[in-house]
Write a protein that binds this ligand. Structure first.
Ligand SMILES: NC(=O)c1ccc[n+]([C@@H]2O[C@H](COP(=O)([O-])OP(=O)(O)OC[C@H]3O[C@@H](n4cnc5c(N)ncnc54)[C@H](OP(=O)(O)O)[C@@H]3O)[C@@H](O)[C@H]2O)c1
Ligand SMILES: *[C@@H]1O[C@H](CO)[C@@H](O)[C@H](O)[C@H]1NC(C)=O
Length: 279
């Protein structure tokens, strides 16, 4: 009885303990050590690498350029201007600024993802592929989620590989693991493994935590969660990431060479690219 009477006064303590326990849980779930080491370069070195790369007149394609990460990635690619040609592949045309298309830097290709084989020519002749494609179970249902995040992504990678692409950059997710009992993490881990088996010269996997972005779609709960993550990010550096850092990491890694064919960048490794000061 005494306890019940005192309960209202106890709430702040109960909440504090819950928050601390949750934080401890997240710290426990800290990033695994990257299995494959990834190199970082100094600022001046990046400039030289960019210049040299530019001279090679390489081309790339972007999947998911209409999405939150893809949009920022495309902007980053245009800004750093390391590719001679950028092909945006999607299910609909993007409203790009005229000068971007007129300058011939961005080419748009609309494809039917349910019949990718009939678009194989679209995937031919690129040096580098970037993939920020994805949906969620909540948005599309479990079956469609697997089709998009696994089947569409893998098929695109296969066609690109067959078409001569040597480097593939995949935006996956923190915790991706083909053995996971969570559908989301399992599918992400499975597509990573299946693409690795395609044998790209370089396959770079990015595993960001929650993406910090002000999404246009209205998802109130997600908005609240993001604000909490943003506030917590100094103490929980492996949980969330500004979307700009993901885009910067994806472009910077094109320039870096590695002994390993497959590299995995966990959230913290990606965050390091967001700290470059040249923006
Ligand atoms: N959001 C997060 O916090 C988070 C965290 C870790 C990892 N990730 C992963 O990072 C990736 C990018 O996330 P994001 O939040 O930037 O994505 P997003 O804003 O939801 O964009 C998804 C992209 O995929 C395309 N897409 C979705 N369903 C499709 C379909 N049925 N057919 C063809 N295209 C389709 C969209 O094209 P349309 O514009 O035509 O719909 C869009 O370009 C995803 O793989 C996601 O799982 C996200
Ligand atoms: C998945 O399970 C297999 C078989 O138990 C194991 O060999 C493999 O290392 C696991 N993979 C991951 C990513 O945990």
């Amino acid at each position: 009885m005494r306890l019940l009477e005192n309960l209202p006064g106890a709430w702040p303590w109960i909440l504090t303990v819950l928050v601390l326990l949750t934080a401890a849980g997240f710290l426990f779930l800290d990033d695994p050590e990257p299995q494959k080491h990834v190199r970082m370069a100094a600022e001046a070195e990046f400039r030289t690498l960019e210049e040299e790369f530019r001279k090679q007149k390489r081309s790339c394609f972007v999947l998911g350029a209409s999405g939150e990460t893809g949009k920022v990635l495309l902007k980053e690619l245009l800004q750093r201007n390391i590719f001679n040609k950028i092909t945006v592949i999607g299910r609909r045309r993007l409203p790009l600024q005229d000068d971007e298309e007129n300058a011939g830097r961005v080419v748009q290709e609309v494809v039917d993802f349910e019949a990718l084989d009939s678009h194989s020519s679209v995937f031919q002749g690129h040096d580098v592929g970037f993939c920020c494609l994805g949906t969620t179970r909540a948005k599309a249902g479990a079956e469609m989620f697997v089709r998009v995040d696994h089947d569409y992504v893998l098929k695109s990678a296969e066609l690109a590989r067959a078409g001569g692409c040597s480097q593939f950059h995949l935006e996956s997710s923190r915790g991706a693991n083909k053995n996971s009992s969570f559908l989301y993490l399992k599918v992400k881990g499975q597509v990573e493994a299946d693409i690795e088996a395609l044998g790209f010269d370089r396959f770079i996997i990015y595993r960001p935590g929650a993406l910090l972005v002000n999404r246009q779609e209205s998802r109130p709960m997600e908005y609240v969660a993001r604000q909490v993550l943003r506030a917590l990010s100094p103490v929980l550096p492996s949980m969330s990431i500004p979307i700009q850092a993901v885009a910067a990491a994806m472009v910077s890694n094109v320039l870096l060479t590695s002994e390993q064919k497959t590299e995995i960048l966990e959230n913290k490794a990606i965050a390091a690219y967001g700290k470059r000061k040249d923006k």
